[in-house]
Design a protein around this ligand. Structure first.
Ligand code: CTP
Length: 406
């Protein structure tokens, strides 16, 4: 993907051991299509050289407000005017304090102060020792910087270079990249709480065997990510899948359809949108054996009997909040043929305003998909694309439908 195509990022480095991660971050930003201008403070240069950052960014690094390379001798104006964002990673405790006071005695802080507030957002990735991070002075500075309009990314928790353990590590380059990509996505679902079910379920036959299906969870995880990028609070109830949790999403892992039903009903209470992408098992073995079922040598096969699982989507769509529209329910249909007819029939059967059809065997486990949106007025195709691109389009479409109601 080229999620940052056309974006010009000023990547500012301040003094901290996390400067080593800035090298990887710089590469990741470029790979995603951005152009990157690195600006370093004197302290940052104690940790990593401008040579490294120049080689990675493919542009000369700036580190002085007296740099004569610019013909007007005003690098702070030139560099900040052409930026789509100034990203400071790592941002030290000292640099935060400086920003709070509006001091401008080095090129990077000068640029932050001189940047056009409305056009050039300031994104900060703090990095410091855990005591510094929790110190009341830093807490005050974080509050003030947010009030001044800066976006402050979370810090990681874990082992610190100083040997202590706690909050204050800079996020990993990939996590910061995801945050920057999310920052630039339109906030069409701000204030909404989205509940997503994803992946297959696993119905136990005995402690070592079970019935599941080929759903990879990729579409549901992409939708959870896109909803969070659009500004929603997101809860993802996931069956057994091997996928990383999208940043900022609360994930609840479950196994069986009954577990998923219970979790979905609980988390739907605070949700305003429910998107059911999970491939829920329709039936489960009536009795799951407590111990492994053994072959007894007679050649007889075990007789499995099944009972139907609860229909999570139908339950929530027919709940009082589902019926009133307080919980906007979106279903998925994994079909193997006759997509339009099956999706239309399923929409009516489940009682949902919007149902999204896809051909299961053509998409399970793949990174791309094609969707057919079916509502009371008709249908609309979303042509084959990556699951993330489709998820973003679907989220934008749902946001428009929700806006149209109110
Ligand atoms: N779904 C659900 N709970 C179930 C079964 C399905 O929430 N017990 C949801 C799925 O997450 C999806 C939609 O209902 O959003 C349709 O699922 P699908 O498996 O395509 O349809 P089924 O209801 O199982 O119908 P059929 O087997 O006839 O295709």
């Amino acid at each position: 993907m080229n999620d940052l195509a056309g974006k010009h990022i000023v990547l500012g480095l301040t003094g901290g051991i996390a400067c080593y991660k800035a090298a990887e971050l710089c590469r990741a930003l470029l790979k995603e299509g951005a152009t990157v201008q690195v600006v370093m403070t004197e302290a940052a240069e104690q940790f990593i050289t401008p040579v490294t950052m120049q080689a990675l960014s493919q542009r000369p690094v700036f580190d002085s407000q007296w740099d004569a390379r610019a013909s007007n001798n005003m690098p702070h104006i030139n560099l900040s005017r052409e930026a789509d964002a100034i990203l400071i990673a790592p941002c030290s405790a000292d640099f935060m304090a400086k920003l709070v006071q509006g001091r401008a005695d080095d090129l990077l802080s000068l640029m932050c102060l001189a940047r056009p507030l409305d056009n050039v957002p300031l994104l900060l990735a703090p990095a410091m020792n855990r005591e510094m991070w929790t110190h009341p002075a830093t807490r005050r500075n974080v509050t003030q910087l947010k009030a001044d309009g800066a976006t402050i990314f979370d810090v990681g928790c874990g082992d610190q270079a100083c040997g202590e353990t706690g909050d204050g590590r800079m996020l990993e380059p990939q996590e910061l990249l995801d945050e920057v990509i999310a920052f630039f996505q339109p906030k069409t679902l701000a204030g909404q709480h989205v509940l997503v079910t994803a992946g297959p379920t696993y119905e136990a036959i005995d402690p070592v065997r079970g019935i599941t299906n080929l759903s990879s969870g990729k579409m549901g995880f992409a939708i959870a990510r896109a909803a969070r990028e659009a500004g929603a609070e997101v809860t993802l109830v996931a069956g057994p899948v091997h996928l990383a949790t999208p940043r900022g999403v609360t994930r609840i892992d479950i196994q069986s359809a009954q577990n998923m039903h219970q979790a979905a009903v609980e988390y739907a209470q605070n949700a305003t949108i429910f998107i059911a992408t999970a491939a829920v098992a329709d039936w489960r073995p009536a009795n799951s054996a407590e111990q492994k079922i053994k072959k007894d040598g007679s050649g007889d096969v075990p007789k499995l009997t099944f009972v139907e699982n609860p229909d999570i989507l139908a339950t929530l769509a027919q709940s009082p909040r589902g019926r009133s529209g307080a919980l906007y329910c979106v279903g998925f249909a994994a079909e193997s043929q006759d997509l339009l007819a099956n999706a239309q029939a399923k929409r009516l059967r489940k009682g949902v305003p919007l149902l999204v059809g896809n051909i299961g065997p053509a998409t399970f486990g793949q990174d791309d998909n094609a969707l057919l949106l079916v509502d009371e007025l008709g249908s609309k195709e979303m042509v084959r694309d990556s699951k993330l691109a489709l998820a973003r389009k679907l989220i934008a479409d749902i946001a428009t439908r929700i806006r149209a109601r109110s």
